[in-house]
Design a protein around this ligand. Structure first.
Ligand SMILES: Nc1ncnc2c1ncn2[C@@H]1O[C@H](COP(=O)(O)OP(=O)(O)OP(=O)(O)O)[C@@H](O)[C@H]1O
Length: 738
């Protein structure tokens, strides 16, 4: 630490752990001393005695204030009080947190304390690994404390019959607002219903939302509310009188914003990194694709040679995520490029600076991001890049008790756009990742929670694309329709984009193969299908090129969409959403509608699916006009379909569908007669309709499930180049239906 840094003890109270009342046990005090903890932080001084006195608590405290020990210490104390050591499968405590990384961190912090309990086993239960391994471990070794993420915890509780929760003493919900934001409400409710009512519950949350309050009402008994805030906020190192109010960010934090045109953002970023070479920095981007892109681009810039740059996001494999985090933790200087996956709770030592390349979609996340630095009374700085039209965000945050000081753009920043473009020309991977990142950024921008500040309409995508160092603008609807400004973008003229090769030889080989196969398939196409090509003027060739590029961009969109859909399917499977929510969020519902019999009314409102908009554009183009009995456009689009029945072209899919239909039919035949309500009084036709709808939904889910898993696999194949785009379209049936 610098000599002029504030004393780290400024984040501590004068209360020693050994002074707490009720007093802590000797082994716990010893473990605290061994870890170097003598004095309590305010949240610990307030919370530990309450939980130890069998009170439920809801805790709201600034980031980095020591919340983990505030529940780990009392948890261990409470468990120590049980008269006899627990039996191997008797679960005495559960700690739930939203992410794998956070659960794993809590598990590690808890270990020295848990080890003071005789014959006590704890287990970390998070997704990403084989559930079988967890089951085996529980079976063989037993487990008395569960620490994990809601999905896996719920799964284990469902699967293992022999677990005994009757004597459970304590439940901790960490980052409760995030748990709810991430859609884990159902699992949490289900977990809570399995636990005895006579227990202690601690609910830790940085933001008190209505949903958190509801959860507190449902899961806690007369909770005591603990709220601890940093007292002062300093801007540029000085506390101004008007900022001496309670602040949401740590007192040692210098919190700034830089107003910067979109085409200069990348240059300002690089300039910042060069000037802070010896520091440990976290950079937040909007999407996983953005992290992927900057993770490959930045190391290729000659000016950043020798910098340690580590990407981390939720679409990486679990092992890679763990490795990335461990490497960054171990560095004394280096750069972590990440999404909000690493925004909350993670306690990474000695982070000097946070750079928000893009402000977060959810403004609540802002304080969590900047809270990765200036922890426990240390100093740190944070800077957020804002576009000139986003400046109102500064005032918005001020009202939310987050003060930002202005920092000027650097005048001597090197222009890195030509360097990025050179990297893209040298490697197709960079070019493609750039397009993907850019499209995902625009999509994510649309979803900003503060959409009155971050207005898509005002976004100058030409300048943004320039800042990304793209060689061309992607063919996305906003560009095609010129609904957003493309000014400020200069396309690269001196290179044929089709000829840019992958640096990775095996990928290029695969691409060549795909191109060749495509060419051959095209040659084999019957001539009559082809419009009189030779007679076309140059302009129509241009149009054809654009269509090609459009398809490439479409694949990128599909990719993001499919990943999202796959996640939705997983959510459905683990019960986080029900079938109707799933159907309303899920595009295949549309496609499958065509295979359903009977007239159907589809109502869409606020839908943001690119596939959906594409299907809508087909409807608008009246491709499906013969099937429509009624169409009404407006903010809600209503389509009524005539009874139709389409056969799926792909034989294996049709075979699967036939199987499902057969299973449905058999299930119908086997249905016990007594289950049918008031059968005799109903006309036969209405009973038929009711039964068919029920079974149709069941069969639909099976089909959706198989279909999606299969599509996801195909998408992966497409990604690694095992199939090309036309093959993908053929196999997924999208060429036929969309
Ligand atoms: N009493 C203490 N004395 C000294 N250091 C402490 C004490 N309590 C916690 N710490 C340290 O402070 C850091 C932050 O603690 P912790 O991660 O629990 O904070 P948090 O409130 O959960 O943060 P976030 O809101 O970001 O999740 C950790 O490195 C931890 O070791």
């Amino acid at each position: 630490m610098d000599s002029d840094s504030p004393n780290p003890s400024s984040a501590l109270t004068n209360t020693r752990f050994s002074d707490l009342n009720p007093s802590l046990s000797e082994p716990v005090l010893e473990a605290l001393t061994q870890a170097g903890f003598e004095f309590c932080t305010p949240v610990q001084a307030a919370t530990i005695p309450l939980l130890c006195s069998y009170k439920d608590v809801t805790v709201d405290a600034a980031t980095g204030s020591g919340k983990t020990l505030a529940f780990v210490v009392p948890l261990v104390e409470i468990l120590r009080r049980t008269k006899t050591p627990p039996k191997p499968h008797e679960v005495m405590g559960v700690i739930i947190s939203p992410t794998r990384e956070l659960s794993s961190q809590i598990y590690n912090v808890a270990q020295p304390f848990i080890s003071t309990l005789p014959n006590f086993k704890s287990i970390l239960l998070v997704g990403g690994g084989e559930v079988k391994a967890d089951l085996k471990k529980i079976d063989e070794e037993g487990a008395n404390l569960f620490v994990g993420t809601p999905g896996r915890l719920h799964d284990i509780m469902e699967r293992v019959d022999g677990l005994d929760f009757r004597n459970l003493e304590i439940l901790i919900l960490d980052e409760a607002d995030r748990l709810l934001d991430m859609g884990f409400q159902k699992q949490i409710n289900s977990i809570i219903t399995r636990l005895p009512k006579l227990r202690r519950t601690g609910l830790f949350s940085a933001t008190q939302t209505e949903a958190v309050e509801e959860l507190a009402k449902a899961g806690l008994r007369n909770p005591v509310r603990v709220e601890v805030r940093a007292e002062t906020k300093r801007v540029n190192g000085h506390a101004s009188s008007e900022q001496l109010a309670f602040s949401k960010t740590p007192s040692g934090l210098i919190n700034e914003y830089m107003e910067c045109e979109a085409d200069r953002k990348s240059s300002q970023l690089v300039d910042f990194l060069i000037k802070n070479r010896s520091k440990k920095i976290i950079i937040y981007f909007m999407t996983c694709a953005c992290v992927d892109y900057w993770g490959v681009v930045l190391p290729r810039l000659p000016v950043l040679k020798g910098f340690s740059l580590i990407p981390l996001h939720g679409q990486m494999k679990q092992i890679a995520r763990e490795k990335a985090l461990a490497s960054f933790r171990a560095l004394s200087s280096g750069i972590l490029l990440c999404t909000d996956l690493a925004a909350r709770g993670l306690d990474i030592p000695d982070v000097d600076c946070i750079l928000q390349y893009d402000p977060p979609q959810n403004p609540d996340v802002f304080v969590h991001r900047v809270g990765r630095t200036a922890r426990m009374g240390r100093e740190g700085s944070a800077i957020v890049f804002l576009l000139p039209k986003e400046e109102a965000y500064v005032e918005f945050l001020r009202i939310k008790r987050v003060a930002l000081a202005e920092r000027e753009c650097s005048d001597d920043a090197p222009d890195v756009v030509p360097q990025i473009r050179t990297a893209a020309k040298k490697d197709r991977d960079v070019m493609e990742k750039g397009l993907r990142a850019f499209v995902s950024y625009i999509r994510a921008y649309k979803e900003h929670h503060c959409s009155y500040i971050f207005r898509l309409k005002e976004l100058e995508i030409g300048k943004s694309a320039m800042g990304y160092g793209l060689l061309q603008l992607p063919s996305m609807p906003e560009v095609k329709r010129h609904s957003l400004s493309t000014e400020g973008f200069t396309p690269v003229e001196d290179v044929n984009l089709e000829e840019i090769k992958f640096k990775d030889k095996s990928r290029q080989k695969q691409r060549n193969k795909n191109l060749q196969a495509k060419k051959e398939a095209k040659q084999q196409e019957p001539k009559s299908d082809k419009p009189n090509k030779s007679s076309k003027p140059a302009a129509s060739i241009m149009r054809k090129k654009t269509a090609k590029q459009r398809r490439a961009a479409q694949t990128i969109e599909d990719d993001d969409e499919l990943t999202r859909e796959y996640r939705l399917l997983k959510k459905l499977k683990r019960g986080a959403i029900d079938e109707s929510e799933f159907a309303s969020l899920f595009w295949t519902w549309w496609v499958n509608c065509f295979s359903m019999e009977g007239a159907l009314t589809l109502v869409t409102s606020g839908f943001r699916s690119s596939r959906l908009s594409r299907s809508l554009s087909y409807f608008k183009a009246d491709v499906f006009a013969p099937f429509l009995t009624h169409k009404h456009s407006g903010p809600n689009l209503i389509l009524c379909l005539r009874p139709i029945s389409l056969v799926i072209r792909d034989k294996s899919r049709q075979k699967q569908r036939n199987k499902n239909l057969q299973a449905k039919k058999e299930a119908k035949q086997q249905e016990p007669k007594s289950d049918k309500p008031n059968k005799s009084s109903k006309p036969a036709a209405s009973i038929m309709r009711k039964k068919t709808a029920k079974q149709r939904r069941a069969a639909q889910t099976i089909e959706d499930d198989d279909e999606l898993t299969r599509e996801y696999r195909l998408l992966k194949k497409l990604k690694r180049g095992a199939i090309d785009e036309s093959e993908f379209a053929r196999l997924t049936g999208t060429d036929e239906l969309l």
